[in-house]
Structure formats: structure tokens, C-alpha cells
Design a protein around this ligand. Structure first.
Ligand code: HEC
Length: 440
């Protein structure tokens, strides 16, 4: 158990149940926070590297001790109970009133994710031993004999139940998402083979969609029945580490290794918010307040933060305008347009419509001196570089990467390795940034 700083009084979680209008910090763990679970009644659970589970009520934590290593996952079981999973290979069930717990041994690797069947009768665990564990809960804080589902060719990173609880979906380092029969444990099929390891998955209400995030930054939404792509939100940010959906199912939050949190509106898959967590570093854990009006996140720091969605602005928070939809039939898009949609649109508009983005508008980009959009607050590096944007300079910007081409720029590090992709992007930008040519 790591040394834990004395608990400061700065715990504002009590503000949660009404409306989460306040920024709040869950402060007190003695190591990074790996998982967060918020409850509708304003209580919260956190899991930490410091071997403990934090149970937060009225702004104060109770430390649940029992794991013999870092705790990676935590969920509510209802009826005053919670479950956690740790690097000690154990799943633990907690009685939150007493702090007592029962270990459920059996996994032979770290337990990194947990899911509860909709009827509360079955707990599923994802483990780096390559299996899924299924634990029938007895309602008394214990569990019947587990079943281990074997089939993945590598560490299992995440697990979710279908809406009716009859099936399970699992995401693994072998790059696949698989579907299982929850009653028999039989593997039903491989839903997708992404290639790169899949870190996280979420199912929409009624299994209307399945979203997943991968090591290569892949951020996709598919139809879980057919595997057909509903949307591709991949940016040059990797890896994708965390996803969360509020109880209403109307939003999807995506956290990545570079500290960004993107919020998509699942009605039309438009970008609702995109901001960089003030703490920087990877976003390992995300959780929504029950009302869907605030989001909690944690990463490398010992503190988890809760942000009211409406308050996401200012130096470290970058707002997407929300009127844009990624949902386009990729077949109707040119490669250049696709490059822009995936790699640039989250931060740049093409027209000077005033929509707020992290970067300046790209309207009339060609022939424009660098750093010259009035009212945009450029970095000194870009403002003073003394170049003009042309095919050649834009090509060089993404061939070398902004961090090399404009050392000190605010534009995040990203390269477009393929010469053809750069050429297609530039060709698209030539038309799309020209108000005369892009408007019908
Ligand atoms: C995560 C946000 C982000 C992404 C993604 C992004 N940019 Fe930027 N971009 C910025 C920021 C911020 C600046 C301003 C940099 C500065 O002031 O140093 C900028 C500046 C620029 C500039 C210089 C504009 C000027 O007025 O001088 C160009 C050109 C540009 N970006 C093109 C692109 C293209 C093309 C893409 C996609 C391949 C892209 N950007 C992706 C954030 C981003």
C-alpha cells in the first residue's frame, strides 16, 4: 500500500447528484487511478495502483483494502456491493457497508476489466491470461464456481454484456472482438479482426452499435450483428485507452494515450466535444455522471477529475462545434477528403464560419502567410516562421511533422507517412479551402 497523502478537504463530489455544475477532484489515492465508476446517487468508486479501491461518499473516501497489487477495474454490483479486479489476478467482491471483501481466485493473469449482466446475476472478468471469467453471483457477496472462456490468442482487455445479457463481447490484444454465449460459454464468432490490439469496447443501447478503440488509434463504431462500419473516428492519436457511455446511451466518450477526450453524439455521430485533459498524460479511465452532464477521467495522476460538460473551455479544453458529422459514406469520399475528416477536421474548419476549433480556420489557406488569421492566438513559433502556405510547405509540414517543421508549434505531433495521402489531402484542401470553388 503506497503512502497516501492526508486527505485534503477539496472533495466536491457531493455536488454530483443534483447537477454536476462544479469541477471536482477525487483526491487521495497514493498512485495513479486506473478505473472510475460513478453512481446516480453521487457516490463513486476508484481503483488505483496503490492497491486500494476508493469508495467516495459525501466527498470523502473510504479505502477498501484487500488486493495484493494494483487494482485495474471496479464496478457497482448493486445492493451495497462492488467488484474489483487487480494485478494480483483476483476478482474481489466488496461489502461497501463493512469494507469486507471476498477474493475470487482463478485467473492466471492480471484482471483488467469487469462487466455485470443486466440482471445482476453474472459477473464477467477480462484477464491478461487470455480468458474471460464468468462468475455466477449468489447475491450474498459470494460467487458460484467460475467458468473460463478460452479462445483469444492474447490478453483480454475488455468485456461487455449484450443488452439482454445472453451474449458477451470481448476485446483482446490479438486484435479481435469476439462474441460468446453467456449461458454456455461457447464462442459464437469473431465480430471483427482489427489487426492491432483492441483495448476497449462499449455497446450502445439495445446493442444498436458497438464502439471500440485500439492500440493503433483506431476508433470505430460498427453494427455488432453485421460488423458493418457505422463510423470511423480515428485521429492521429494513439493508443485509444478508454471509452464510456452514459446511462442514456446518447454519448460516447473516448480517451487516448495523448490525453485527449473526444465526446461523440451517438444520435448523428457528430463531434460534441474534444478537449485535452488538464492533467495531460494518458486517459486510462472515463466515467459519466448518471445525468450525462459531467465526465470523470483519470490517468497518470493520483487524482481523478470530474468536468461538467458545459464547462469544457479555456486554455486546456478545446471545444468541437458539434454541428459536423463524421457519418459519411466513405465510398463517396475521395481519399483527400477522408484524410481531412480523420486527421484534421477535429481541429480546423474549412470556412471562416466562426466555429470554434483548436486550430485556425483553413479558409483561403493557399497563398496565405503562416500565422495570419486575425484573432487566432498563434504560438510565437508559427507566427514568426515567415513562410507562406503552398503545396510544398503543407507537404513538408506533414512529411516532417509539425513538431519538426515548426519547432515549438501548438499543433500536435503528427505525420502523414504516405506521399500519396499527402498529395490527395493537398488536392482536396485546394478546393475545400477556396470559398469560390467550394460553395455551390
Ligand atoms: C489536435 C488539433 C489539430 C489537428 C488534428 C490538426 N491541427 Fe493544424 N493546427 C492546430 C493548431 C493548434 C494550429 C496552430 C499552431 C500554432 O499556433 O503553433 C494549427 C495550425 C495549422 C496550420 C497553419 C495555419 C496558419 O494559419 O498558419 C495548417 C496549415 C494546419 N494546421 C493544417 C492542418 C492539417 C492539414 C491537418 C490534418 C492533416 C491538421 N492541421 C491537423 C491544431 C491541429
Amino acid at each position: 500500500m503506497g503512502a497516501r497523502p492526508a486527505i485534503a478537504a477539496a472533495l466536491l463530489l457531493a455536488a454530483l447528484p443534483a447537477r454536476a455544475a462544479e469541477y471536482a477532484a477525487l483526491q487521495g489515492h497514493g498512485g495513479p487511478v486506473r478505473a472510475i465508476a460513478l453512481n446516480g446517487d453521487g457516490t463513486a468508486l476508484t481503483a488505483s495502483f496503490d492497491y486500494s479501491v476508493g469508495y467516495w461518499r459525501d466527498g470523502a473516501p473510504t479505502w477498501l483494502e484487500g488486493h495484493r497489487a494494483a487494482v485495474n477495474a471496479v464496478i457497482w454490483l448493486g445492493a451495497g456491493r462492488a467488484a474489483s479486479g487487480g494485478d494480483d489476478f483476483d476478482v474481489r467482491i466488496w461489502d461497501l457497508a463493512t469494507g469486507d471483501s471476498t477474493a475470487l481466485p482463478g485467473h492466471e493473469g492480471k484482471v483488467v476489466a469487469l462487466a455485470l449482466a443486466p440482471d445482476g446475476g453474472l459477473l464477467a472478468s477480462a484477464s491478461w491470461d487470455g480468458t474471460l471469467g464468468l462468475w455466477p453471483l449468489d447475491g450474498q457477496g459470494g460467487a458460484g464456481p467460475p467458468r473460463f472462456l478460452d479462445g483469444h490468442q492474447g490478453a483480454v482487455n475488455d468485456v461487455a454484456f449484450s443488452a439482454d445479457g445472453a451474449r458477451l463481447f470481448s476485446a483482446a490484444a490479438d486484435g479481435t472482438i469476439r462474441e460468446w454465449d453467456a449461458a454456455t460459454g461457447a464462442e459464437l464468432r469473431t465480430v471483427i479482426a482489427h489487426g492491432f490490439g483492441v483495448n476497449t469496447l462499449e455497446l450502445g443501447p439495445g446493442d444498436a452499435w458497438l464502439a471500440y478503440g485500439a492500440v493503433d488509434g483506431g476508433t470505430r463504431v460498427i453494427d455488432p450483428e453485421t460488423g458493418a462500419e457505422i463510423g470511423d473516428f480515428t485521429l492521429d492519436r494513439r493508443p485509444i485507452l478508454a471509452m464510456a457511455v452514459p446511462p442514456a446511451g446518447d454519448m460516447l466518450a473516448v480517451g487516448d494515450g495523448e490525453g485527449y477526450i473526444m465526446v461523440l453524439d451517438t444520435d448523428d455521430w457528430s463531434l460534441a466535444r474534444d478537449f485535452r485533459a488538464a492533467t495531460r498524460g494518458p486517459v486510462w479511465a472515463l466515467a459519466w455522471a448518471a445525468a450525462g452532464d459531467a465526465i470523470a477521467a483519470a490517468g497518470i495522476s493520483d487524482t481523478a477529475y470530474l468536468w461538467p460538460l458545459d464547462g469544457l473551455s479555456g486554455a486546456d479544453a478545446v471545444l468541437g462545434a458539434g454541428e459536423r458529422s463524421f457519418l459519411r459514406d466513405p465510398a463517396t469520399m475521395t481519399n483527400g477528403e477522408r484524410q481531412f475528416a480523420r486527421k484534421c477536421s477535429v481541429c480546423h474548419t474549412l470556412t471562416g464560419d466562426g466555429a470554434r476549433r483548436a486550430g485556425p480556420t483553413l479558409e483561403n489557406l493557399f497563398g496565405r502567410p503562416a500565422g495570419s488569421v486575425p484573432g487566432y492566438s498563434y504560438s510565437p513559433a508559427l507566427r514568426d516562421i515567415g513562410i507562406t502556405w503552398t503545396d510544398e510547405t503543407i507537404d513538408a509540414l506533414f512529411d516532417e511533422g509539425p513538431d519538426h517543421y515548426v519547432p515549438g508549434t501548438k499543433m500536435p505531433m503528427q505525420r502523414i507517412a504516405g506521399a500519396q495521402d499527402r498529395a490527395d489531402l493537398i488536392e482536396y484542401l485546394r478546393t475545400a479551402t477556396d470559398p469560390e470553388r467550394s460553395r455551390p
